[in-house]
Design a protein around this ligand. Structure first.
Ligand SMILES: [Zn+2]
Length: 333
């Protein structure tokens, strides 16, 4: 490891939708966080007005692996949702081709370390919201073939697989088929956004380690998007990974979210045995983040904060190593 560089592995951002969908679907009104910025500054992954850009990830000599989600809005039907996935996918492919000297897609997680060592951004393609999977598991195989490494099963509402935290239904019978297909293809199951019943259903229906890519501790901030202590322990026991979310509303009920508020989550989850479980799941470009983390090049502040409070080793584990080891294991396990 090169000690001069801060290593970052971020399990979740919504940047691609903000950049891809203005031009792909000019007539559709997407969520505010997708539409909220002037489109002329939201075209290039290299340089833009979003939280995340290549310029920001390569500022200060960071070594950075970023999970880029294709976020699929709940209200779209299966085929519309699939069109969004394809649009985001082709945008990412186009940007990777255009900036091949700066970014590389992670097709095998065992290559992440070598990609970031060259100074390139390692881009892991993920999906948030599986509403395009309906009736058959064929699209699980298609996304696996497209290099998707993780699927957040649902967003806030219901789909054919499971239901988000706005609802109370658990995993559907078809959702169990989807879980089996995801595990067969080593696409990581992400339980962030699931309601509590859905979480426990996934634990029971799955065999492999899984992720909560962008969720905090509900004991510290009572939002339903955060994990209870029992959920965190069960996920940890399975060998899973949890990405700390920067969303102000998931950090504290008493805004603005301070550095101490964020550290309380880390401290609590470390006490629950999270030393090898905690990672980052910024939710950049999907929410309001504290000013001290906005935009993404300020992430070095967080690394320094964690190092000061918990030591360099824990800081590096949370910021990079735990997630990297998790996805390396996922290729072979
Ligand atoms: Zn989300």
């Amino acid at each position: 490891m090169d000690n001069q560089r801060i290593r970052i592995f971020d399990l979740h951002c919504d940047t691609l939708d903000r950049l891809a969908l203005h031009t792909a679907f000019p007539d559709v009104e997407f969520e505010d966080f997708v539409m909220g910025t002037p489109k002329d500054r939201l075209l290039s992954l290299a340089d833009n007005d979003a939280h995340i850009s290549l310029d920001r990830m390569q500022a200060q000599d960071y070594a950075w692996c970023q999970c880029f989600a294709a976020f699929i809005p709940d209200e779209l039907n299966s085929d519309q949702a699939w069109a969004v996935f394809q649009a985001v996918r082709s945008y990412l492919q186009g940007q990777i081709a255009e900036h091949a000297d700066r970014i590389e897609q992670v097709l095998d997680a065992r290559n992440i370390r070598s990609i970031v060592e060259t100074g390139h951004c390692a881009a892991m393609f993920t999906v948030e919201g599986g509403s395009f999977i309906e009736g058959t598991v064929e699209r699980v195989h298609e996304i696996a073939d497209a290099g998707v490494k993780m699927l957040t099963l649902a967003w806030n509402g219901p789909n054919a697989i499971a239901s988000g935290h706005d609802t109370t239904e658990g995993l559907t019978p078809f959702g169990r088929e989807v879980i089996a297909a995801l595990e067969e293809r080593h696409v990581v199951i992400d339980v962030s956004h699931l309601n509590d019943r859905g979480f426990w259903d996934v634990l029971e229906a799955s065999e492999r380690p899984f992720a909560a890519s962008h969720s905090n501790s509900r004991a510290i901030c009572g939002h339903l998007r955060n994990l209870t202590d029992d959920q965190f322990r069960a996920l940890a026991e399975r060998g899973g990974i949890v990405g700390l979310n920067f969303c102000e509303d998931f950090i504290t009920e008493d805004l603005p979210a301070t550095q101490d508020d964020f550290l309380r989550h880390v401290d609590h989850l470390l006490q629950l045995g999270g030393e090898h479980v905690l990672a980052l799941g910024s939710d950049y470009d999907g929410c309001e983040v504290p000013t001290w983390l906005d935009p993404a090049e300020k992430i070095g502040t967080l690394h320094g904060l964690l190092a000061g409070e918990f030591g360099e080793d824990i800081a590096d584990r949370i910021c990079f190593e735990n997630a990297c080891e998790f996805f390396e294991r996922n290729e072979t396990l």
